[in-house]
Each structure stands twice: as structure tokens, then as C-alpha cells.
Design a protein around this ligand. Structure first.
Ligand SMILES: Cc1ncc(COP(=O)(O)O)c(C=O)c1O
Length: 458
């Protein structure tokens, strides 16, 4: 067996099996890491086994063990072993998933996975799709289709004529992630096009306010962007009602469901995404809550014609094959990784029920976790989880809760028992409790609650 491949596999397994005994973060300083990793680029290279061993050794302290079960920062999932294994095969097979002709199996696997995903997520089966790097590029892809449609309705071709001199587009948003704004920048729509619609106290869009905005300019090309599970409290916009309203004004409805869309897999939670199938486009991630390795986002578009027109390019050297789907006609890239393969393996292994169980388990654990934290003295629960996100803060006897909260987070993270991120919410410094990892167990939660207790007592 090729020695560097064998060694890398051993090191990878060793790493994954070490989570329980490792600190979640070593918190190295950048200079220490630079001292380890900056090497002279030699003229003649080095033996590959030495390179792999030194890479694993030198990078180790700078690896955040976010793939382990005691990591609760941002929205970061782990990797189900079978999806990591399939990801290794993806690298070994090294297929260019640009077009059917470059890799027939990669193209067909994407068709299969897209069908399964639409089924699990409750999206229309006729929706077109693209496998992209993450939800950021899923926004770009879906909103390119939106841009095409709302301008085509006014007799303008965004693809041919560009946006200089085009009818202006407005984008009505409630809760939204920054990547939505960057997608608008990438697409030349610009952030000045964004109209922030008032939100209700629960973080959802105020439908009456949305109607008022739509009514101000009923004929204007309009995109309405909604959130399925926002970052802070997992709030879900009222999709059913908003889709009906927005469509009455010919607006395109886009949904950011980076993680929240996955609740559609659960009968118990599905009510949160009621009406989601009425939208025009959806952006989600598999590298978050489906727990497959990074580089895995998906865009779905209800109107395949708008999607394809926005994305396709003429390729003189295209190999014509009947009755197949060439991926480059639907996504923003040409050469690319065969991203469907780890998803194929994950979904076959989990099955429908396995996905549901993983999603429900994360939600149940998050709720228990936040409630247990709330029982500690000096901990205030700000949002009880609707899904897998909660917010707490640490109270200071002298009233400086912001400083106290940041101090406690620093102490927890320095203990290596867990990792949490701070955020600013409603003008307060708070700690986000975000749990998307299939590895997290009830024992992990108890271990981390004990560590938080210690951090609050110092
Ligand atoms: C709600 C939401 N939308 C979009 C994104 C961007 O996703 P990605 O980082 O996969 O591009 C994130 C990332 O955290 C998110 O939480």
C-alpha cells in the first residue's frame, strides 16, 4: 500500500478517536504556529511520509476540535465517518464534476442525491439544483436565478445586458445572514437594494410591514428573502403567508435554510417550515447539520429555466450526451470536486429515519443543555431553543453583564472542556449555544455544564 496514504488514514482515525481526551482548543498563539509551519521550500522536496508526519504534528495545536462533540461555536457540524470515508474516495477518484462526460458517476450521483434531498426537505421534485461550496454560494446561485426572473419579467436580460441601466431591483429582508448581502454584492444588485423589513419580537418578519413595503412600489422587480432558523434563536419566518403575499406582487421568494431547512425531515418539527415548498429558491448546507465534511452547500430553484439561464455557459468543447445533466450549466463553477459523493454515502447510511433522529436529537440536547445552564447561579437564559440554537449570558453582581459574559466565555474556552462563541444580540454580549454535531452526547452536555459551573465560580 502507498505509505503516505496509509499513514494519512491512520493519522485521521487517530485524530477522530482522540476527541474525548483532547482539549477542544489548544488556543495557540499565531507566532508559535508560524514557527512550526513556516518551512523553507526546498529545491528538491522531501520524502512524502516525512511531509505527512510533520504536517500532522505541526498543524495539530492549531486544529480547533470542532468536529468533536463539545464544540458549540458558530454553526459547525462534524463528519459522519462514512461521509469522511466517501470524501477520501472522492479525493482518490479525483473526478472533475463539471459535466457528465468528465465523470458519469459523479453526475448521476448528484441526480440521485438531489432527489433524496428534495424528498427529505419537502421541496418540489421538479426543482433544479446545484451542489456548491456552501450556503454562501448557494445564495449566489439561487439569487442569480431570482435576478434573471425579476428582470426578465420587465423585458431585461441580466445575463446579456448586465445591470447598468436595468430596472432597479429591491430585496426585502427580515432576519438575514451576512452571506446574503455578499451574494447581492457578487451579483451586482448591491446592498443599497436591501430594504430591512421590521421584525416581530420573536425575530420573524412582520408580514403587515412587508405588505406595506410591497405596496409602496407594487410593480418593482422584487426579491423577498426569508430565514429558516436564524443564527441566534432559530426563528422561522411564516413562509406560507409570505409566499402567498409576495407572489401576489410577482416577487421572488428566497429562503436561507443553511441549517433550519433540515427540520423538514422531522414530523415533530416540520410545522416550523410550513409552506416552504411555495418558495422560489432555497439555500442550504450539508456541511452543517447533515454532518458531512466541508465544501457542501446546495441551491434549489423552483423555476429550472430561470436557474439554467442564469448559470449556463456555452462550451465549444462540451461533449454532447443525450439525457444527462451537465453540472456546469447549473452552478457557478466549471472544474470542481464531486461534492455529491460524501452526501450519497451519508444519506444511504442514515436513511430517512437516521436523518430525522439526528436532527431531533440535536434539538433535544440543545434544549436540555440551555435549561441546565439556566439552573446555574448567575446564568440568564435569553432564548430557549426552538431548534438547535440558544442564547445565554452571565450576570455580574455589579451590573456589567457584557464584560462578565466575555470573561466567562474566555475561561470556558481556555479550560479546553468546550468552545463557545460570543455574539452581540439585542445590544447585549451573549454566549451562543449552537449544537449541530452528531457526536454530542448527554454525557458531553453534563461534562460541559460542569465546566461552565467552574468557569462561573472563578
Ligand atoms: C443562516 C446562515 N446562512 C448562510 C450561512 C453561510 O453558509 P456557508 O458558511 O456554508 O457558506 C451561514 C453560515 O453560518 C448561516 O448560518
Amino acid at each position: 500500500m502507498n505509505p503516505e496514504l496509509k499513514r494519512a488514514a491512520e493519522l485521521a482515525v487517530e485524530y477522530i478517536e482522540s476527541f474525548d481526551h483532547q482539549k477542544v482548543s489548544e488556543e495557540p498563539d499565531p507566532e508559535t504556529l508560524r514557527n512550526k509551519l513556516y518551512k523553507e521550500l526546498t529545491a528538491d522536496g522531501l520524502p512524502p511520509l516525512q511531509v505527512i508526519d510533520e504536517l500532522a504534528r505541526d498543524a495539530r495545536d492549531g486544529l480547533l476540535n470542532s468536529a468533536g462533540g463539545r464544540f458549540f461555536g458558530w454553526v459547525i457540524g462534524g463528519g459522519i465517518p462514512v461521509s469522511i470515508a466517501a470524501d477520501w474516495l472522492t479525493s482518490a477518484w479525483d473526478q472533475n464534476a463539471a459535466a457528465y462526460a468528465c465523470s458519469p458517476s459523479a453526475a448521476i450521483i448528484e441526480e440521485v442525491v438531489a432527489g433524496w434531498l428534495k424528498d427529505i426537505l419537502g421541496l418540489p421534485q421538479q426543482a433544479s439544483y446545484a451542489f456548491v461550496t456552501g450556503c454562501q454560494m448557494a445564495h449566489v446561485t439561487a439569487l442569480a436565478a431570482a435576478r434573471h426572473k425579476v428582470l426578465a419579467d420587465k423585458g431585461w436580460s441580466a445575463e446579456k445586458q448586465g445591470l447598468a441601466g436595468s430596472p432597479p431591483i429591491r430585496v426585502l429582508v427580515g432576519e438575514h445572514h451576512e452571506t446574503l448581502l455578499r451574494a447581492l454584492r457578487h451579483l451586482g444588485i448591491g446592498t443599497d437594494a436591501v430594504v430591512q423589513v421590521e421584525q416581530k419580537d420573536d425575530g420573524t418578519i412582520n408580514v403587515a410591514e412587508l405588505k406595506t413595503e410591497l405596496e409602496k412600489n407594487p410593480d418593482m422587480p422584487t426579491i423577498v428573502s426569508l430565514a429558516a432558523g436564524d443564527l441566534n434563536r432559530g426563528a422561522f419566518d411564516p413562509f406560507d403567508e409570505v409566499c402567498d403575499l409576495a407572489h401576489a406582487y410577482n416577487a421572488w421568494v428566497h429562503i436561507d435554510g443553511a441549517s433550519g431547512l433540515w427540520v423538514a425531515s422531522s414530523k415533530r418539527l416540520r410545522h416550523l417550515v410550513k409552506g416552504i415548498e411555495k418558495a422560489d429558491s432555497w439555500a442550504t448546507d450539508a456541511h452543517k447539520w447533515l454532518n458531512v465534511p466541508y465544501d457542501s452547500g446546495i441551491a434549489f430553484v423552483a423555476d429550472p429555466e430561470s436557474h439554467k439561464t442564469a448559470m449556463t455557459i456555452p462550451a465549444a468543447y462540451k461533449v454532447e450526451v443525450d439525457n444527462v445533466r451537465d453540472q456546469f450549466e447549473w452552478g457557478p463553477e466549471w472544474s470542481r470536486r464531486a461534492r455529491g459523493i460524501p452526501l450519497y454515502a451519508a444519506l444511504r447510511t442514515l436513511g430517512r429515519n437516521g436523518v430525522t433522529e439526528m436532527i431531533e436529537r440535536c434539538c433535544d440536547l440543545t434544549r436540555d443543555f440551555v435549561l441546565k445552564l439556566g439552573e446555574l447561579p448567575g446564568v440568564e437564559v435569553l432564548t430557549t431553543p426552538v431548534i438547535n440554537q440558544g442564547l445565554v449570558r452571565f450576570l455580574d453582581p455589579d451590573g456589567d453583564h457584557d464584560t462578565r459574559t466575555l470573561d466567562v466565555i474566555t475561561r470556558i474556552n481556555a479550560s479546553g472542556e468546550a468552545w463557545f462563541g460570543p455574539t452581540l444580540w439585542n445590544g447585549m454580549r451573549v454566549m451562543r449555544v449552537s449544537l449541530s454535531n452528531f457526536r454530542t452526547t448527554p454525557d458531553d452536555i453534563d461534562r460541559v455544564v460542569a465546566a461552565v459551573k467552574v468557569a462561573t465560580e472563578t
